[in-house]
Design a protein around this ligand. Structure first.
Ligand code: ADP
Ligand code: MG
Length: 400
């Protein structure tokens, strides 16, 4: 092998198993949710009737997608063993989509191979119903990460009622909606709630023990026997449990830890690799959340970063604001009032990029906030200056 590549087989037995796309073939930690989905939602299918509509919700990384995929595959196996039942399942992620129009276009593309993007909404939906009608039998559409399209959107109302509304005949469409966002459900249009949420299934966050058994099963398949220590698995589970309780996060830590071990030509993944991996993954997450900020949020962050380089943090809001106006006078952007910059700083605090500490004794006796960076300085500067954004104000930031 050349110097450009590395043989990682001393660490990884089957690296694919650590990838996001891998669907596990058992989820004992979700027994309760799987039972409800099977017994209360999907069972009618085996009697040649459409399943109930359902809504699965919980924070990211709680096995919602994995559970739905797993059980629908199981259902298909059961159906295949019987004759006379015609079941089609369609998985559609709404990630990156902001409206049902885009989702409907994707569905048409999945069904016909042709994306109607650009056509009027009415036409797109007509094509969708035609395509569904072609299939006939029982159709289950899983709309994953459905919170992306907003809860005022009527697709959640329309699809489950397609038959009642005469869009399709002699067949049934059931919808399983999956959401990462708990408030999505609360704010859902009552009519959509009515038709979609016949059964609601909550996926509560995993605790450290559950994450540990998830990682145990996965790592036994993915890593070479004894290439990963018990301690490393326990640490990855504990770190993820303390943070979001997300299995996705725990698996990422362990995968990255394995990669660090492989890069160092070590034969075992140990706790130190997991710690390094956690740090790395969290920096990547922060970088992504900085990229996703609005311009005004980024400018407020830039102002604080610039104060941080001069050891002038924690800084009170007026000082951050004064730095902010210096910066906006150099870039082609409107500046906004101090009150709004303060509110941007609070938003940045919410996502963990900065932290604001309240101190008493503001000029009018109210609390006064002191702000500081909560992220690695280099990561912040590197991300803010990607694609040459803000490079002309970079000179204002003296790197330490
Ligand atoms: P969600 O859809 O809730 O965000 P996913 O279903 O995508 O979460 O799960 C995230 C990752 O964790 C996936 O790689 C999935 O295979 C894995 N996972 C989640 N729960 C379990 C479980 N109980 N057993 C095994 N793997 C799991
Ligand atoms: Mg998911």
């Amino acid at each position: 092998m050349t110097e450009y590549f590395q043989d990682r087989s001393a660490i990884f037995e089957s690296e694919r198993i650590l990838k996001e796309s891998y669907t596990p073939n058992d989820l004992p930690e979700r027994e309760e949710q799987l039972k409800r989905l099977g017994l209360e939602v999907l069972s009618p299918v085996l009697n040649d009737a459409p399943p109930h509509n359902a809504f699965l919700y919980g924070k990211p990384g709680q096995g919602k997608t994995a559970a739905a995929r797993f059980l629908l595959e199981k259902l298909q196996e059961e159906v295949d063993e019987r004759s006379g039942i015609n079941l089609t399942t369609i998985f559609q992620t709404c990630k990156g989509h902001h409206s049902s129009y885009q989702v409907a276009c994707d569905l048409v593309e999945q069904l016909t191979g042709d994306n109607p993007n650009g056509h009027p909404k009415r036409k797109v939906f007509a094509r969708l119903y035609d395509a569904l009608q072609e299939i006939s039998g029982i159709i289950v559409i899983v709309l994953d990460e459905v919170d992306n399209i907003g809860n005022k959107d009527m697709i959640l109302y329309e699809l489950p009622r397609a038959r009642d509304n005469g869009h399709i005949e002699d067949m049934d469409v059931s919808v399983i909606g999956i959401s990462n966002d708990m408030t999505f459900y609360d704010e859902l249009d009552p009519r959509a709630k009515d038709s979609l949420c016949e059964v609601e299934i909550h996926f509560p966050p995993y605790d450290a023990d559950q994450l540990r058994s998830i990682l145990d099963r996965r790592s036994k398949k993915a890593f070479v026997n004894s290439a990963v220590t018990q301690e490393a698995v326990a640490l990855a589970a504990a770190l993820a449990a303390q943070d979001l309780g997300s299995a996705r996060q725990a698996i990422r830590y362990l995968y990255k830890a394995g990669e660090f071990a492989a890069l160092n030509d070590e034969s075992q993944v140990a706790e130190e690799h997991v710690r390094k991996a956690e740090d790395h993954v969290e920096q990547m997450n922060i970088a992504q959340s900085i990229r996703d900020l609005t311009t005004q949020d980024q400018l407020a962050l830039l102002a604080l970063t610039s104060l941080a380089t001069r050891n002038e943090t924690p800084a009170p809001t007026p000082e951050v604001y004064s730095r902010y106006t210096d910066i906006t006078s150099h870039v082609d952007t409107n500046s906004i009032a101090m009150r709004r910059v303060r509110s941007h700083l609070h938003d940045l605090d919410m996502i963990g990029v900065v932290s604001g500490a309240k101190r008493s004794g503001g000029s009018r006796g109210g609390p006064k906030y002191y702000w500081e960076l909560n992220t690695d300085f280099d990561t912040t500067v590197n991300v803010l200056t990607e694609e040459n954004r803000f490079t002309d104000v970079l000179d204002l930031i003296d790197r330490p």
